[in-house]
Design a protein around this ligand. Structure first.
Ligand code: SF4
Length: 446
């Protein structure tokens, strides 16, 4: 039993939740011991600085659980209004989903199916290019457990885990003593490839600073070296900013490695080339398997963005940017991704779950979203919730709500909530909206 209500120090108001899961970043650490006192988390053992901030700053939002046009309303009224907006829309967009449970994500995709809408997640504005590359090239991959037990050459490309995923080094990729790397860090070589010297460079044995926006060229240099092709040294250095001899040294290490790992971040996927960069990296890793065992994995950001990819994929066959208006799924990033749908002024209603597009979409997209009726579900008050036709204040996943999330390596992890919230979960609200939409559409799911 992992959740223990202990009468610690005979204080009845104290509760210890063992092995709770932090959903702040894609590491989804599930070994956090929380101390809860009077509805506040006062200690989060083993959490990093980001995780502590996530747990300690959690406050139950004092807004009503439902607002219609900014005015307090009952949940029933909110469900009815939301279901009617979505059921009557011609081109509704469903967006967000990376900061909620897989159970809620599953219902959201179901709603998209019932209303013939677009289903898109925040992947479309982070690792969307990787999602496209996976569809085109495939992914030779493994779990982080294998990285911890086997990885002897760890290459981070366009990623800064020291700041974005603080426990990645210690829990998975560099420090752990594993079955085939018994001396831990001493048995591993770490390489960092980036356009600037980040804090992660200190942890690396080798730092390669490439020219900005030349990731594609650099990866193709490695692909050529993997095939023992002759390259022009001056051209390689001009294009990549790194001497050919250094690339050759890296390739020699990659071929000698017993278990090589390439972990890539948004420094690769969101720079010039985008999905072509991810394709080049995935193809390089595929090539390397002619020499040794090599795997690739994206460094995912939001707590359950990997779950969003998985759930949307199991339900539609595609990870994000999916259109269901013809009764079957169509995948076309750029056409069906929400930022683009809104910027072109196409959607006539929206359902935004655990996301704040009003803060980070383009001005055109924000203006269009503000002009259409939309429903928001969020534990926090944000610019998106403030302009919503119906705003549901929901409980926070992981802290107040149980369920499942996926770690960045596609491993599902259960959540162990610390204390209850007076607000409903995303799953509860979405389930009720879906049921009401089914009634409005005069259809019964079997
Ligand atoms: S590494 Fe990420 S998941 Fe782990 S404790 Fe820190 S913020 Fe939370």
């Amino acid at each position: 039993m992992s959740v223990a209500d202990k009468p610690a120090a005979a204080d009845e108001s104290l509760k210890i939740v063992e092995d709770a899961t932090c959903t702040f970043c894609g590491c989804v650490c599930d070994d956090i011991d929380l101390t809860v006192k009077d509805g506040h988390i006062t200690e989060a053992k083993r959490a990093c600085v980001l995780g502590k901030s996530w747990f300690f700053n959690h406050e139950i939002d004092q807004r009503p659980s439902c607002l219609i046009a900014g005015q307090p309303a009952s949940l029933e009224q909110g469900i009815e209004r939301a279901a009617r907006i979505l059921a009557e829309a011609k081109y509704p967009a469903i967006y967000g989903l990376s900061d909620t449970t897989c159970e809620a994500q599953r219902i959201a995709v179901g709603i998209g199916d019932w209303i013939g809408g677009n289903v898109d997640t925040t992947t479309s504005v982070c690792h969307g290019p990787s999602g496209m590359a996976f569809q085109g090239v495939g992914e030779v991959t493994c779990s982080l457990g294998e990285v911890a037990n086997r990885g002897d050459l760890i290459i981070f490309w366009g990623s800064n885990p020291a700041e974005s995923h603080p426990r990645h080094f210690t829990k998975y990729s560099l420090m752990p003593k594993g079955m085939f790397v018994p001396r831990g860090r001493k048995d591993r070589t770490c390489v960092l490839v980036d356009v600037r010297k980040t804090k992660s460079a200190k942890a690396a044995d080798i730092f390669l600073q490439i020219k900005p926006r030349r990731d594609f060229e650099a990866l193709w240099v490695l692909r050529a070296l993997a095939q023992d092709l002759a390259l022009d040294a001056r051209e390689v250095e001009d294009e990549t900013g790194v001497p050919l001899a250094t690339w050759q040294d890296l390739m020699d290490r990659m071929k000698r490695a017993k278990f090589g790992v390439l972990l890539f971040g948004m420094g690769l996927t969101m720079t010039r080339g985008k999905h072509l960069n991810s394709e080049a990296l995935l193809a390089l890793v595929r090539d390397m398997n002619a020499h040794t065992r090599f795997v690739a994995k994206p460094m995912r950001g939001h707590g359950n963005v990997t779950g969003a990819d998985n759930v949307v994929s199991w339900r539609t066959g595609y990870p994000f940017g999916v259109n269901l208006s013809r009764g079957y799924p169509r995948f076309n990033p750029g056409e069906y991704t929400t930022a683009d749908v809104l910027a072109r002024g196409e959607a006539d209603a929206a359902l935004v779950i655990a996301s704040d597009p009003m803060s980070n979409f383009s001005q055109g997209a924000r203006e269009h979203l503000a002009s259409i009726p939309y429903i928001s579900l969020d534990p926090k008050d944000t610019p998106t919730t403030r302009a919503a036709a119906v705003a549901f204040t929901t409980a926070t996943y992981g802290i107040n709500v149980a369920g499942t999330v996926y770690r960045m390596d596609d491993v599902p992890i259960p959540l162990r909530p610390a204390f209850d919230s007076p607000h409903p979960s995303d799953f509860d609200v979405l389930s009720r909206i879906e049921k009401r939409i089914q009634e409005l559409k005069n259809a019964v799911r079997v």
